[in-house]
Design a binder for this molecule. Structure first.
Ligand code: SF4
Length: 452
C-alpha cells in the first residue's frame, strides 16, 4: 500500500476551519475502535494498519494519517474539499479540520458545492442525507463522496419515501393544491422532492421558524416531515396553536393510516389542522426532560437546548436553537459561565473540551447524578461511524482512482444501512428527483438569505 512519509511536513491551511477545535499533544485521538468487520472490504487493510498502531495519541496517529492524506490532498491540488458536521465525534472533527476541511451545520454544509464551483471533489465525514443534499445542489462536473456509507440518521429512517408516500397521497387526494410539504434537512432526496412537488421548502433547525412563517403565509395545510418536535416548536414559534396541529403516526405505522378509516371526530381535527406533523423523532434529543433543566438551573447553569427536544423541554430552557446557535453561544461565553446543553453528546463533549481551558464549564443536560432520576446524554451512534481509517481509505483510494462506488453519492440513492449497498436511480429519474428537491432547497436558501 503506498505511503509517502516524506510529505508529512506539508501544512495544509485553506482558512476554512470553523470550529476552532484543536488537537492537543498526548490526548487520545480516537477512544473507541470499531471492530474490523465494520469496515467495507476495500477499507479493511487501512483499518488493520490503524488498529495495529501502538496507541491513539496524535504523535502516533497523525504521521500515519499524513502519509496517506497529504499525498491525496497534493494530488487534488486544491480541487478537493473535506467536510464534517459539528455532531461528529471530536476526533473526526479535529482531523477533518486539520486537513483544511470545513466543520459546520447542515445548512452551511449543503451549500458548499453550489458555492465552490472550483472544487471538483467533496468528501463528507457525516451522515448520508447531508452528503446527498450536497449532491442535489452540486454543479454537473462535481463529485460527492461519503467516507462511510453506513453512516445514517435514525430519524430519517422513520420517514423513508416508502413510508411517507401513502400518507402524502392520501393527504394530497383530500386537500389537493392546498397541501404544502416542508421537509427537514434530515430526509432523503426523494422526500425533499415531495416538498418540491407541492411548491414547499426544505428547512434546517436554524431556519425552521422562517420557513414555517413563510409556509403559514401561503394559507395552505402544512405537512411537516419528519421531526414532530421541531415541527411543533417552530409552529408554536410562529403562532400556530396546539389545537391547530395534528400528529400523523411516524414510521411504517404512518404508511398504514387511512383518512377514510378515521372516525368523524379525528377527520374533522385533521381538516381543521393548520399543521400536520409526521410523528418521528430523534432518540438523542428526546432523552431530555424538564426536570433535567430544573436540576442544572438550581446549580447555577444556563440551559441551552436544540429544537429537536420536546416542547416541554424547549419552553423551560433558557435558550433554544440550531447547532450553530448553540456553538456560537458557548464559544462567546465569558470565563466562569456554566452551561447545561441539551443536544448530541459528541457536540457537547467537543464544546466542553474546547472551553475548559477558558474557565467555562459545559455539561450534558442529561448527565444527572440525582439518585431520584439518574440519566446520561447520548451521542448519535450512526453518525459516529466515521473514524480515521474511513477518512484515510476514502482519500487514498480516490487519489488512486479506485474509490468504491458505494462511497459515491448521487441524488435519489437509497442506502441499505447495514451493508452500505445503494439502490441507484437511472439518470432520468435522478434528474427528476434533483429538479424537485432542488426547488425545495432553493426555496429554503431564498427564505434564509432574505431573513439575514
Ligand atoms: S442526532 Fe438524531 S437527528 Fe441528528 S443524525 Fe443522529 S439520529 Fe439523526
Amino acid at each position: 500500500m503506498p505511503a509517502n512519509p516524506t510529505t508529512r511536513d506539508v501544512q495544509i491551511d485553506r482558512s476554512m476551519a470553523s470550529s476552532g477545535i484543536t488537537l492537543e499533544p498526548g490526548i487520545p485521538i480516537c477512544q473507541t475502535d470499531l471492530p474490523l468487520d465494520w469496515y467495507q472490504r476495500e477499507f479493511k487493510s487501512y483499518a488493520e494498519e490503524y488498529l495495529a498502531l501502538p496507541d491513539r495519541t496524535p504523535e502516533t496517529v497523525l504521521p500515519w494519517m499524513d502519509s496517506y492524506i497529504v499525498p491525496a490532498m497534493k494530488h487534488f491540488d486544491g480541487r478537493i474539499m473535506l467536510l464534517a458536521h459539528f455532531y461528529m465525534g471530536g476526533e473526526i472533527v479535529k482531523l477533518v479540520e486539520r486537513y483544511g476541511g470545513q466543520i459546520s451545520d447542515s445548512y452551511a454544509l449543503a451549500r458548499q458545492a453550489e458555492l465552490h464551483p472550483e472544487i471538483d471533489v467533496f468528501v463528507e465525514s457525516a451522515v448520508h442525507f447531508m452528503a446527498e443534499t450536497i449532491a442535489l445542489l452540486k454543479h454537473p462536473h462535481q463529485e460527492v463522496w461519503i467516507t462511510n456509507p453506513k453512516s445514517g440518521c435514525t430519524m430519517e429512517t422513520m420517514a423513508t419515501e416508502a413510508m411517507l408516500l401513502p400518507a402524502f397521497e392520501s393527504l394530497h387526494e383530500r386537500y389537493g393544491e392546498d397541501l404544502l410539504v416542508v421537509a427537514y434537512m434530515n430526509t432523503s432526496g426523494r422526500v425533499k422532492a415531495l416538498a418540491g412537488r407541492t411548491g414547499g421548502s426544505v428547512c434546517t433547525s436554524s431556519n425552521a421558524h422562517h420557513v414555517m412563517q413563510w409556509a403559514r403565509e401561503q394559507n395552505k395545510k402544512v405537512f411537516f416531515v419528519p421531526d414532530q418536535h421541531l415541527g411543533e416548536n417552530s409552529g408554536r414559534q410562529v403562532g400556530i396553536s396546539p389545537e391547530k396541529m395534528f400528529t400523523w403516526p411516524g414510521g411504517w405505522a404512518g404508511s398504514r393510516v387511512s383518512i377514510d378509516a378515521m372516525d368523524a371526530a379525528e377527520r374533522s381535527r385533521l381538516d381543521d389542522a393548520e399543521l400536520v406533523l409526521w410523528g418521528s423523532w430523534c432518540g438523542v434529543h428526546t432523552v431530555f426532560e424538564p426536570r433535567h433543566v430544573e436540576w442544572w438551573r438550581a446549580k447555577g447553569f444556563r440551559v441551552l437546548v436544540h429544537p429537536e427536544c420536546t416542547h416541554e423541554v424547549v419552553k423551560v430552557a433558557d435558550g433554544s436553537g440550531s447547532t450553530n446557535y448553540l456553538w456560537g453561544e458557548l464559544m462567546s461565553a465569558e470565563p466562569g459561565a456554566k452551561f447545561a446543553v441539551g443536544t448530541e453528546a459528541h457536540f457537547v463533549e467537543n464544546a466542553r473540551q474546547q472551553l475548559a481551558a477558558r474557565g467555562v464549564e459545559v455539561v450534558n443536560l442529561a448527565d444527572v447524578t440525582d439518585p431520584e432520576f439518574p440519566s446520561m446524554g447520548c451521542g448519535c451512534a450512526t453518525m459516529s461511524r466515521n473514524d480515521p481509517p474511513h477518512l484515510v481509505a476514502t482519500l487514498d483510494l480516490l487519489r488512486q482512482g479506485r474509490a468504491p462506488e458505494i462511497n459515491r453519492v448521487e441524488s435519489g440513492d437509497v442506502v441499505e444501512a447495514d451493508t452500505g449497498w445503494r439502490e441507484r436511480l437511472s439518470a432520468s429519474e435522478q434528474e427528476q428527483i434533483s429538479q424537485d428537491a432542488r426547488s425545495a432547497l432553493l426555496k429554503m436558501i431564498e427564505l434564509t438569505e432574505a431573513a439575514r
